[in-house]
Unconditional design. Structure first.
Length: 71
């Protein structure tokens, strides 16, 4: 089983791409760097709680959708 950071990052990338949003656009909407978004998507870093809420808002989804991992 993959780590929670890897699974979260993969899910974030999937949702971002499905909405045709670039990493730059998502980063700007959340007030973080593109590198931060990239690191999260690659599972290198986990986002803080406030950023999880910002990501959900920027993607127009409920927070729980970020945690719906595929098995």
């Amino acid at each position: 089983m993959s780590s929670i950071k890897v699974r979260f990052g993969s899910r974030l990338r999937q949702l971002r791409i499905a909405r045709n949003i670039t990493q730059l656009q998502l980063a700007e909407a959340c007030g973080v760097s593109v590198e931060s978004i990239s690191n999260i998507e690659r599972g290198k870093h986990g986002p803080r709680l406030e950023l999880i809420a910002d990501l959900a808002t920027a993607l127009s989804i409920p927070i729980s959708e970020l945690f719906r991992f595929d098995n």
